[in-house]
Design a protein around this ligand. Structure first.
Ligand code: CP3
Length: 321
């Protein structure tokens, strides 16, 4: 659902001349953007309208989100002093708009549609903070991890504390599930994931165990078992992996979310329908499958195609496909 702006005319009307962070900080607009996407698409759950970068601003990170580029940071993390200078976030006091937005969204969804809360995961947030801009290789991030593990641990500690507090306040405000976006951690080897990331992720899932917890990572194939061991209820994967492989490798008691290629939704037509059918077929008979796109909606995607995906999934699963 991220990047509603790319495909929903109604979101563009709500947004007007504002940027995405301004919308997210206005609880009336944010709740409307979240509820509107549910109404427009007919999906079975909504997601709060926020951005993974929002709590970083409260920590003192100076950022903006550039359209078609992503988050840009003018004071990236370089040293342990940069980390110790970060503010400790009190989510309720520092980000009141997020929680008022949740309250209003839940009201607008009228008890019929569950609302998913979310946060960026420490690794993915740290990567933006260190790189200062989106990066394919995350070279500065990985190099800091190796050359200055103490600074890395300090940064992960502070992001983990923030994420736990940020999510548990969302749960208090009534979200029905939480999703942790570790979008870019797929660039690590299993060994490095264990050394530098998984203890923090495990700690976050252990502290939010009163609602279902969804773990998302793009390009997750090499790390699937590692993600499973951090304790989420749902593994959310992109289109690069056949969805049934997740159950084969992590066991039938895991729920899986995914994993239509967003480019198939962009293409539409018979190819889109075939790919949706292929995913439903692979998930057939499993008790826990949440159908979704493997990653964000691509620019230029026709909302009608997304509505077609939703009704196709509803009709097929009602028939027991
Ligand atoms: O309604 C929704 O779309 C859900 C709300 C949502 C947003 N960001 C708002 C947003 C969610 C769930 C996110 C998560 C997010 N943000 C992630 C994790 C998910 C993932 O994609 O892996 C990440 C990495 C970000 C950081 C970010 N924010 C990026 C990379 C971009 C895209 C920049 C671009 O234009 O290519 C954004 C912008 C952003 N965040 C938009 C929205 C609706 C784009 C549209 C706009 O500017 O209004």
């Amino acid at each position: 659902m991220r990047q509603a702006g790319r495909f929903l005319p109604s979101y563009r009307r709500i947004k007007g001349a504002r940027n995405v962070l301004e919308v997210a900080k206005d609880p009336v607009l944010a709740s409307e953007a979240a509820a509107d996407a549910v109404r427009a698409l007919g999906v079975d759950a909504g997601i709060i309208f926020a951005d993974i970068m929002l709590p970083l601003e409260a920590m003192g990170v100076k950022l903006r989100i550039e359209e078609d580029v992503g988050p840009l940071i003018s004071n990236p993390i370089r040293t342990s002093e940069d980390v110790t200078a970060l503010r400790r976030v009190d989510p309720g006091a520092d980000l009141p708009f997020v929680y008022e937005g949740i309250d209003r969204t839940i009201q607008k969804l009228d008890g019929r549609t569950p609302l998913i809360g979310f946060s960026g995961a420490p690794f993915t947030l740290a990567a933006y903070m260190i790189e200062g801009a989106p990066s394919r290789e995350l070279a500065k991030t990985r190099s800091l991890m190796y050359s200055d593990p103490e600074t890395w641990r300090l940064l992960m500690r502070s992001l983990t504390d923030m994420t736990k507090a940020y999510l548990s306040e969302q749960v208090k405000h009534g979200v029905s599930a939480v999703q942790l976006f570790d979008s870019w951690v797929g660039c690590l080897s299993p060994h490095d994931y264990q050394r530098f990331v998984s203890p923090y992720t495990r700690e976050i899932f252990a502290s939010t165990d009163t609602v279902p917890r969804i773990h998302f990572c793009a390009d997750s194939s090499a790390l699937l078992e590692e993600f499973h061991r951090t304790g989420p209820d749902v593994l959310s994967v992109d289109w690069r992996i056949p969805i049934d492989e997740v159950w084969r490798r992590c066991g039938d008691d895991t729920a899986v979310q995914g994993n239509l290629d967003p480019a198939a939704a962009l293409a539409g037509g018979a190819e889109m329908r075939n790919q949706v059918a292929g995913i439903l077929d692979r998930a057939k008979g499993r008790s826990g499958h949440i159908f979704s796109l493997g990653h964000g909606v691509l620019r230029g995607t026709d909302p009608d195609t997304l509505r077609e995906v939703v009704s196709y999934v509803h009709e097929s699963t009602r028939r027991g496909a």
